[in-house]
Design a protein. Sequence first.
Length: 374
Amino acid sequence: MEFNENNWGSGVKFVEERRPKRFLRAVGIILLVFFSASLGGILGGYYVKKNYESNSSGITLPNLTQQTTSALPKNSINKVAELVGPAIVGVNNNVDTLFWGKQKQGSGSGIIFDKNGYIVTNYHVIEGSTDVTVTLSGGKKLPARIIGADYETDIAVLKVNATNLPVAKFGDSSSVRVGDIAIAIGNPLGEEFAGSVTMGVISAINREITVEDRKYKVIQTDASINQGNSGGALCNENGEVIGINTLKITSAEGMGFAIPINEAKKIIEELMKHGYVSRPYIGVAGTFIDEEQAKEYGVPVGVGVQEVVRGSGADLAGIRPGDIIVEFDGKKLTKFEDLQEAKEKRKVGDIVKAKVWRDGRYFDVRIKLTEQIR
C-alpha cells in the first residue's frame, strides 16, 4: 500500500484546510466595516451636536433656548382684577362655644368702600356671629365691628381699624343691560381660594326672587357664584361695582344673583347713619284673599288681617283681626305685594288713608306709619 501524507489505506483523501488565509481575510473585512461605521458616527455626531440638543431622556430635541414668547396685552378682565381685587376681603363669622372656645361657623366676602376701613357684606354672612374677622387681600387678619345690619335687604356694614385701604368704586346698576360682561370677585369656598375671579354676562335685570320671607329684586348672572362669594363684588368692564353677590340656585348651573348697587347704596347710608334701617310700619299680619277665595266666601279681594300689633298705627286706627284691607294709599290691592310696595314709598310718620271691609260694609281709616326696626 502506497502511503503519503494525504492518503492512508482507505483511499480517502483529506482536503487540505486553508484556515489561516480565510481568517485573515475575514478580519480585514471586519476592520473595514468598523472603520466605515466609526467615520459615519463621528460625522453624524458632529451634525447632531451642531443642530440639536439632547435632553435627559436621550431624545434629541430642537434647540429652543433662543425662542421667546411675546407678552400678551391686558384685557378688561385683567384690568378689573387688578383694580378691584385688592378691595375684596374675606369675612369670617365666629361664635363662642361652651367647650371649644371661639369657632368659625361660616365665611364670605366683603367690599371695602371707604379707605378708613368700612366694608359692605351680606347680612347672612355675619348673622348670629359673636365675633367677626376680616382678612385683607394681602392675608392680614383684623377684627371687625358690625356697624349695622339689615335682615330685609341682606346688607351689613363692618368696620376695621385701618386706614389708606384700597377702595372699590360703586357704579350705576340702573345702566346695566342684559348681555353686558359681568365679573365676579370673591372667596368661593373660603380663604383657600381668596380673590377668585369668574366672568360671564348679565342674564337678567330686575329679577324677583323670594327667599324665606324676604323678596328681592336682583341682577342675574351666569358668572360663577359659589358659597363664600356672598358679599363679594359683581363688576362691569370698567371695574365698577354694579352688584353685591348674594345668592345662587344650587339646583342649576350658571344662575347667580346680586343685589343691585343702587339699592345697596341707600341701605349702606342708613346703616352708616343709624346702625339700622328705618322703615314705615303698619302693624298688621295677614294673608291675601284672591278672586277665587273672595267668590267662595263672599268677601272682597284684599289683605285679610289676622293679627294687629298693639300700639301700632293700624291698632290706633281701629283695625281689627278679621278686617280686609282693600285699598291702601289710593292703590287697589290685587296681591299682597301691593301693600308692601305702597308702604315702602312712604316714610315713618306719614299718615296714609286706607279702605277697609268689615262685616259687609266699607269704611276709611287713617293710619300713621310707625318705625319698624328689625
